[in-house]
Design a protein around this ligand. Structure first.
Ligand code: C2O
Length: 502
């Protein structure tokens, strides 16, 4: 049974989330876009309608549902040039998919060029009414979603070649910039004595944020849509694309406390309420907090995150002993601000990879863009390792980079900042930081190719993606073609529908 269709309009609008007015690209006319909430098992029917007309930015678009597996609905992934053509102005694309394996915190964003830096990003939460682990975190309220984003005063086309310096940090769409007005900040209201689940969404285009709440440690219970055994920390690094759920007890005296999300960009500070929001107890005055941050004594350690489902990584528990082992080496093409993976920079193909597959291409040599498409056989364990490349002799690479794989969550068998491998209880997530070259990081992930279709694998720094930091994992292309032909025959026509009508 198909659910009702919900329209999601993509529009241009002038907004001033930090007090500075600029034209933007928004989902539903707000920043962040509207919260899309659903329950495990729900059928999504979202019709994305392109109403863009500001030609100083991209006027085509697409929307990707970050972290959703799209099992048997690869065509609905929303990835321009990989699973569909961009949606043309006044065109639309109906995304129809079922989320029956997943619950937790996700988000959606434009997947065209660096368009989400112009605004098109919003939260997506899947609730599980029958969550078998609900007793473990037993909260009074789980309605709070905290969207962290960087914000730029120039429009994205002016920033394509860098430098990628954000003007401000927005928390739930509000922030302040240096020497700007003290514009309103986001307020999270709490009641003394109650326990809360906060969902934190790293909707960044570039920086990572160090997330803290003055005076309130946080218990992490979810990473990227996967429940983890509870770990108490007082700070969390949130990389572009990552999400966390934390449990917080409002057990301090009634007052205002800073929520802080300091980015790794040197021009960002806490001065005058920048990079901040307000954690406000019921009964506290409507004022900026005066609380101090730190000392931080419960540091975050990614290797201490363990899945609540005691799954363990697939395959033989030794590095390089999966069925398929791939090393991907990031690089930068001298002087051109062009990123590479194994010396190839991703260039948008004119025909989306999925349509190439549906037209019969199955071998790497047949699939475009040349050298960027990796063909993976069906039902095998794949291991991908990537060294950190934060610096090169020629200049900065802008790391640490956060790599995201579509269509899967993966086991991080070697996290950044820890040289050992964990095959027993590695964290499972969909976006991972590659860490720093200085610590010899060689982040390694594993997953099973049980989801046919071409899946983008890329740096979630949207500027880096725009500049070629991506590959496509073409998973079981023959099976994908059969699956798509059986399950979505009526959907094919729309993949490049707008192009046909040009
Ligand atoms: Cu969050 Cu390729 O996407």
């Amino acid at each position: 049974v198909l659910g009702p269709v919900t329209d999601l309009e993509v529009v241009n609008k002038v907004i001033a989330p930090d007090g500075y007015s600029r034209s933007t690209v928004l989902a539903g006319g707000t920043f962040p876009g509207p919260l899309i909430a659903a329950q495990k098992g729900d059928q999504f029917r979202i019709n994305v309608i392109n109403r863009l007309n500001d030609t100083s930015m991209n006027t085509t678009t697409s929307i990707h549902w970050h972290g959703i597996f799209q099992h048997q609905s690869n065509w609905a992934d929303g990835t321009a040039f990989v699973t569909q053509c961009p949606i043309q102005p006044n065109g639309s694309f109906l995304h129809s998919f079922v989320v029956n394996e997943q619950a937790g915190t996700f988000w959606y964003h434009s997947h065209l060029s660096a368009q989400y830096c112009d605004g098109l990003r919003g939260p997506l939460v899947i609730y599980d009414p029958n969550d078998p682990y609900a007793h473990m975190y037993d909260v009074d309220d789980e309605s709070t979603v905290i969207v962290l984003s960087d914000w730029y005063h120039p429009l994205s086309p002016q920033l394509y070649t860098g430098p990628f310096n954000p003007d401000s940090t927005l928390i739930n769409g509000l922030g302040r910039y240096p020497n700007g007005t003290a514009s309103p900040l986001a307020v999270v209201n709490v009641t003394q004595g109650k326990r809360y689940r906060f969902r934190i969404v790293g909707a960044s285009c570039d920086p990572w944020f160090n997330f803290t709440i003055d005076g309130h440690p946080m218990t992490i219970i979810e990473a990227d849509g996967n429940l983890v055994e509870p770990v108490v920390v007082d700070s969390i690094p949130v990389y572009a694309g990552q999400r966390y759920s934390v449990v917080i007890t409002a057990n301090q005296s009634v007052g205002n406390y800073w929520i802080r999300a300091l980015s790794n960009h040197p021009n960002q500070t806490f001065e005058g309420g920048q990079s901040s929001a307000i954690f406000r107890y019921e009964g506290a005055p409507d004022q900026d907090p005066t609380t101090q941050h730190g000392p931080y004594i419960l540091p975050f350690d990614e290797s201490a995150l363990h899945p609540i489902h005691k799954a363990g990584a697939p395959g033989i528990p030794q590095p390089g002993k999966a069925d398929i082992n791939i090393n991907l080496i990031p690089g930068l093409r001298g002087g051109q601000a062009q990123y590479t993976i194994n010396n190839v920079s991703f260039v948008d193909p004119s025909l989306p990879v999925l349509l190439q597959i549906l037209s019969g291409a199955v071998h790497p040599s047949q699939l475009l863009p040349n050298g960027s498409v990796y063909v993976l056989p069906f039902n095998k364990t794949v291991e991908i390792s990537m060294p950190a490349t934060d610096l090169t002799p020629g200049g900065a690479l802008g790391g640490p980079h956060a790599m995201h794989l579509h269509g899967h969550a993966f086991d991080v068998i070697r996290v950044a900042g820890n040289g050992s491998y964990n095959f027993v209880n590695p964290v499972r997530r969909d976006t991972v930081s590659l860490g720093l070259q200085a610590t010899n990081d060689n982040v390694t992930i594993r997953f099973v190719t049980d989801n046919p279709g071409p899946w983008f694998f890329h740096c979630h720094n949207d500027w880096h993606l725009h500049n070629g930091f991506a590959v496509v994992m073409a998973e079981a292309p023959s099976e994908a073609a059969i699956q798509e032909s059986k399950l979505a025959p009526t959907a094919w026509w729309q993949l490049c529908n707008a192009t046909q009508h040009n």
